[in-house]
Design a protein around this ligand. Sequence first.
Ligand code: NAI
Length: 475
Amino acid sequence: MAKQFDVVVIGAGPGGYVAAIRAAQLGFSVACVDEWTNDKGKPAPGGTCTNIGCIPSKALLQSSEHYEQAKDQFSEHGIEVKGLKLDIDTFLGRKDTVVDQNNQGILYLFRKNKVNYFNGKAAFKSKVDNGWAVTVSGNDSAELIAKHVIIATGSNPRALPGVEFDEETILSNDGALSLPKVPKKLGVVGAGVIGLELGSVWRRLGAEVSILEGMPDFLAAVDRDAAKEAYKLLTKQGLDITMGAKVESVEKTKSGVTVKYTDADDKEQTLEVDKLIVAIGRVPNTEGLGADTVGLKLDERGFIAVDDDCKTNLPNVWAVGDVVRGPMLAHKAEDEGIAVAERIAGQQPHINFNTIPWVIYTNPEIAWVGQTEDELKKSGREYRSGTFPFMANGRARSLGQLDGFIKVLADAKTDEVLGVHMVGPQVSELIAEAVAIMEFKGAAEDIARICHAHPTLSESLREAALAVDKRTLNF
Ligand code: NAI
């Protein structure tokens, strides 16, 4: 007999599992279906973010940073390390433990909130009188009837045409998180978020990393000053980044991979590497969902078509996260998931796309929110800009992390903060203050008047806000 629920959520990534919890909090009977299992065959909710994305990459970034610090930076502090070596099994094992703890955490949250979790693949079967029939096949095969369905099926890595991921030599983010030994030469196609983060991990452990980027401008979506600073610092660390590279062919050889490409001057070049990461974006995942069976509309790029409220063309069917338009970010998916659950409950939540923060977890980190200087120029809005370098911040000096800066862009007349751009230590955390200020439509003067603890990195945001009015105190 089919089991009935008010809400069935398909997918337990950040969009789906949070939507399920919020719907349960609001008093609905909820099921969340997710097919992911780990290499031991155990259910592994959390999606790409938890299993092969945000969480494991941050674990490896942390471990590789410790290694590099012990190798190159501890001596500055008078700490001598002899016989430093990397135990790759422990390095990867710790990451797997972190992932497993997160999987278990989500299962615990489901139990706590009385969300019924089904481990299996969900597909639409038909429209029924009281909602939608959804079939689950896998460990927890079942027939479900849902009044509302929230689709949160995420995305998959985009492959280069005709070049399949084998996850041994040609790697997506998945295989790149589990290399059994440090490659001597590592190639990366795409100098985006994944390319820079995972390129950094393996470079710190000793790989020679060459990144081929198709676009002429480095991090084209990022404010030009921030992108320029990041490029300078990352290439100085040893990432070899070629801009304007057009990949012509990728061929597996006995020992690795040969990539043929034309460079920005239209010259043919060859790159020989042991392993190749392809990180050129992601595509929405609607495979096997039964979209055709029930007439669920996709847009021309394969995303599920939704309106501003995440409503699809089908009654009481919603979609959130990577599978719909907008940035492919875990926190954007979460916010959409929460908002949909609240809309089902008759509330009127709102998501401000202009205050969604972005973070790239390189060292130094890159973070931003709101508009870039180029965007403001293009829109004709008059603005003032203030910048403060971490080199003039006492805490950054104590940390020995002096690279980078914070830039605040504010409306020339009203002083409203329009964009904040950061390159530097722990800016993934500092950006939250800028988001809060922008969410409250605050001014640069507001940041300048807020007391910031001393000595902290956060004082740099205050100083950058003061710089908007040309009155920095420490620079
Ligand atoms: P991305 O969109 O960040 O970067 C892809 C890069 O590949 C771009 O610079 C693009 O110009 C380049 N590219 C595209 N086709 C190419 C080609 N044929 N040859 C050479 N270069 C090419 O995508 P990425 O890094 O794959 O990440 C996928 C998604 O995952 C992104 O939307 C990202 O936001 C998300 N993500 C977010 C993270 C974070 O928030 N820290 C971490 C990792 C991923």
